[in-house]
Design a protein around this ligand. Sequence first.
Ligand code: FES
Length: 147
Amino acid sequence: MESLATVAPIIEAHRLRPGALLPILHEIQDALGFIPPEAVPLIARALNLSRAEVHGVISYYAHFRQTAPGRHVVRVCCAEACQAVGGQALAEHARTRLAGSGLTLEPVYCLGLCACGPSLQIDETTLHAQVTPEKFDALIEALEAAT
Ligand code: FES
């Protein structure tokens, strides 16, 4: 496993800390972009947990990815304030627009822009407010043109 060289030192650095599972998962995802399935038994063994327990935590949190992300990650806010002003329609538009694009679409539950939704985030860095489907398409076109 190529990612073992990345995963093993992360597990070792945290395994004796109380509540080590979440810091380990966060650090692996920060390093690799996702939690490789091969990491689950290693984490389970190091923390004396079952594989099901580790997998349960990974699948519980929408933040954790189980497959490698695309070139860019687009997160559309699915929390209540954004949903009330068109977030659902934006999420559906995004799903259609990004199908087969090589970009990853993920839900997120509040970006702190509740007063000016619908909101989205591109990668870890860029926030956009009051995103209409037309604005979404323009953002994605600019992103694709830049890569
Ligand atoms: S509810 Fe969407 S940014 Fe807070």
